[in-house]
Design a protein around this ligand. Structure first.
Ligand SMILES: Cc1ncc(COP(=O)(O)O)c(C=O)c1O
Length: 430
C-alpha cells in the first residue's frame, strides 16, 4: 500500500530523517540533550490524515496540543487546516497566541476550573463537558454557550486498553443515562447546537477499534435523536491512534479506519436521515510522535552487576519508559550497521532507579561521547517534562523541509529554574 511505503522509513524501519554528520553540525550550536522534530514527516502524515477522511464534509482533526505544546508546530499544523484540542488555560492561551479562534478550538477538559471555561468561551471554543454537574457549574460561572458537546463514557460497552484502562474505571465522561438527561436539560435551557465526544483508547494500533467506537457513537446519536429529537452537528471520536514504537508493529491503517467509519456512517447516520454529521478526531500522538526524536550524548559507562550507559538526558526529557515501561527504539549514531551484541541499561541521572530509557537492550558497543537518538519522542515527550532534581527542560528544534534547523523553544536556564524563588526573602528570613 502506498501509505505504508511512504511512512515506513519513519514508523517501522526506524530510519532517521537526519545523518550523524547533520546531528554533529547541530550539536555545535545547540548542545545535547534536545528534541528535534521533522517537519517533512509530520506534514506528510498530517495531509494523509485529512485526505483519508475527505469523504466527510466538515471533517476536522483537532490536534491534541498536550502531545507537544509548541506554537511553531501548531502553526504548521494549522496551515494544514488542523484545529486544536485544548485541556487547560495554558493550552487555550497557546491557541490564542497562534491565532486560532472560535470553532477551530475544542476544549476537552475535566475537573475544570471556572476561569478555564471563561477563557474557552471568550475564544469561542467548542465546549466539551466531562460531567453532568458542569451544566449548572458553567451556567452559574460563565453562562451556557449555544453549542455544547458531552464526553460519553460507554462503560462496559467498550473494552479499554493498557494505557487508558477500562472505560468503567476511568474518571472521564457521562454515563449513557446521563447523556439523555444532560441533553434534555440543555434543550430546556435553550441550547440549539449539539456535539458528542468519546475517547476510549490510547496508543491503540487496531484500526477496527476506532470503527467500533464510531459505531457506538453513531448508535447513541440515533437513540438520542429518537428520544429527544436532537440533530447532532458532529461526533468527535477522540485521539488514541497508536504509533509503532517497535519496528514489528504496524502503523494504524487510516484508510481502513476511514472506510469502516464511512460504512457505519452510511448505515446509521445517512440511513436514519441524520446526515450531514461532521467527524472530528483529536489525535496527538500519531501527529507528532514518530516525527520527534530525543538526541543525547553518552556521558558515562558503568559496569557493576549490569552494564549501564549514562546519558546527558534523563526521564525528565521523556518519562514514558519510566512511567509505563514503554519501549522506545534507540539508535547509536554511526553504529547502525555494527553488530548489536552488547546488553545495556540506558539511564539518565535522576535519583530514581526507574530513570532508564531502556533495560537489557541489545545495542552496538557504546563509547563515551557517542550520540544516541531515542525514537518516537515527539508526543508526550518534552511536554511531560518536569524539574525533579533541579533538572532543566531541554530545547526543541525543528528540522525544516529544506534542511534548515530552527530552535522552536530554548533550553531552560538555571535562572529560569530559580525564577519563582525570592532569594532576597531567604536572606532576610530567620
Ligand atoms: C481528551 C483527550 N483527547 C485527546 C488526547 C490525545 O490522545 P493521543 O495523543 O493518544 O492521540 C488525549 C490524551 O491524553 C485526551 O485526554
Amino acid at each position: 500500500m502506498h501509505f505504508m511505503n511512504h511512512f515506513e522509513k519513519y514508523m517501522r524501519s526506524k530510519k532517521l530523517p537526519f545523518s550523524k554528520e547533520k546531528i554533529e553540525e547541530i550539536t555545535a550550536k545547540y548542545p545535547t540533550p534536545f528534541h528535534i522534530y521533522d517537519e517533512k514527516g509530520m506534514l506528510a502524515y498530517a495531509r494523509h490524515f485529512i485526505e483519508s477522511f475527505s469523504w466527510n464534509e466538515g471533517f476536522k482533526e483537532y490536534y491534541a496540543i498536550k502531545a507537544a505544546p509548541n506554537p511553531y508546530l501548531m502553526k504548521l499544523l494549522h496551515k494544514q487546516d488542523f484545529g486544536i484540542d485544548c485541556s487547560s488555560l495554558a493550552e487555550l492561551v497557546l491557541a490564542e497566541k497562534v491565532g486560532l479562534r472560535g470553532e477551530e478550538i475544542m476544549f476537552t477538559s475535566n475537573d475544570t476550573p471556572a476561569e478555564e471555561y471563561k477563557k474557552a468561551i471568550e475564544l469561542g471554543a467548542i465546549i466539551n463537558l466531562d460531567d453532568i454537574s458542569h451544566i449548572d457549574y458553567i451556567e452559574k460561572n460563565v453562562g451556557i454557550p449555544e453549542l455544547v458537546c458531552f464526553r460519553y463514557n460507554p462503560g462496559a460497552l467498550k473494552g479499554g486498553n493498557t494505557i487508558i484502562g477500562n472505560p468503567e474505571d476511568s474518571k472521564y465522561g457521562f454515563t449513557r443515562e446521563q447523556l439523555f438527561e444532560g441533553y434534555k436539560k440543555l434543550m430546556d435551557k435553550g441550547v440549539t447546537r449539539f456535539g458528542i465526544h468519546t475517547m476510549v483508547a490510547s496508543n491503540e494500533l487496531d484500526a477496527d477499534y476506532f470503527v467500533e467506537t464510531a459505531e457506538i457513537i453513531f448508535d447513541t446519536i440515533v437513540d438520542l435523536h429518537k428520544e429527544l429529537g436532537i440533530k447532532f452537528e458532529f461526533a468527535n471520536l477522540g485521539g488514541g491512534i497508536g504509533i509503532p514504537y517497535k519496528s514489528e508493529h504496524n502503523p494504524v491503517d487510516l484508510k481502513r479506519v476511514s472506510d469502516g467509519i464511512k460504512a457505519s456512517y452510511q448505515n446509521h447516520i445517512v440511513g436514519n436521515g441524520l446526515a450531514p454529521l461532521k467527524i472530528f478526531f483529536e489525535s496527538g500522538r500519531a501527529i507528532t510522535g514518530p516525527f520527534g526524536f530525543l538526541v543525547a550524548k553518552v556521558l558515562h559507562l558503568k559496569e557493576t552487576y549490569k552494564k549501564y550507559v549514562g546519558l546527558d538526558a534523563s526521564m525528565h526529557n521523556l518519562m514514558r519508559p519510566a512511567m509505563y515501561g514503554a519501549y522506545h527504539h534507540v539508535t547509536v549514531l554511526g553504529k547502525e550497521e555494527q553488530p548489536h551484541n552488547s546488553i545495556y541499561d540506558v539511564t539518565g541521572s535522576l535519583c530514581e532507579n526507574n530513570d532508564k530509557f531502556a533495560i537489557n537492550r541489545l545495542l552496538p558497543k557504546i563509547d563515551v561521547g557517542d550520540l544516541v537518538v531515542i525514537h518516537d519522542a515527539g508526543a508526550h515527550g518534552h511536554s511531560m517534562g518536569f524539574n525533579y532534581n533541579g533538572k532543566l527542560r531541554s530545547a526543541e528544534l525543528l528540522l525544516r523541509e529544506n534542511g534548515e534547523v530552527v530552535q522552536i523553544r530554548r533550553a531552560e536556564t538555571i535562572n529560569d529554574y530559580f525564577a519563582t524563588v525570592d532569594f532576597k526573602g531567604v536572606a532576610s528570613f530567620e
